[in-house]
Design a binder for this molecule. Sequence first.
Ligand SMILES: [Zn+2]
Length: 119
Amino acid sequence: MKENTLIIATNVNSSTLGTKDVIKIENVELSQEQMNLICLVAPEATVSLIRDYEVVQKPDFNPPQSISDISSCPNPNCISNQAEEKITSQFELVEQKPVKYACEWCKREVTGEHLIQNS
Ligand SMILES: [Zn+2]
């Protein structure tokens, strides 16, 4: 397996944002799905794909419309937490910024961060 260099820099000066944090991963191209997950925890993040020192792609990415089965509902009374046979948790996007989802079963709202932390 090829080793990947991971570089994390914080408080880098940026012309538009003041300072920013940068995570650089070498030899990795994120799938659309992976970029969508970054969006859940960092809605302001931008992702650039750099090949041979040149930015070749700055894709738009958005939180997915619905997420299933990565996290359980925070509502203990929710049917997805009650059933004897496990019901797949399902969350629908209700707000882009900040990222908010609602449980498909009980409509309890959760943040994108919650979904990632409890996944
Ligand atoms: Zn629920």
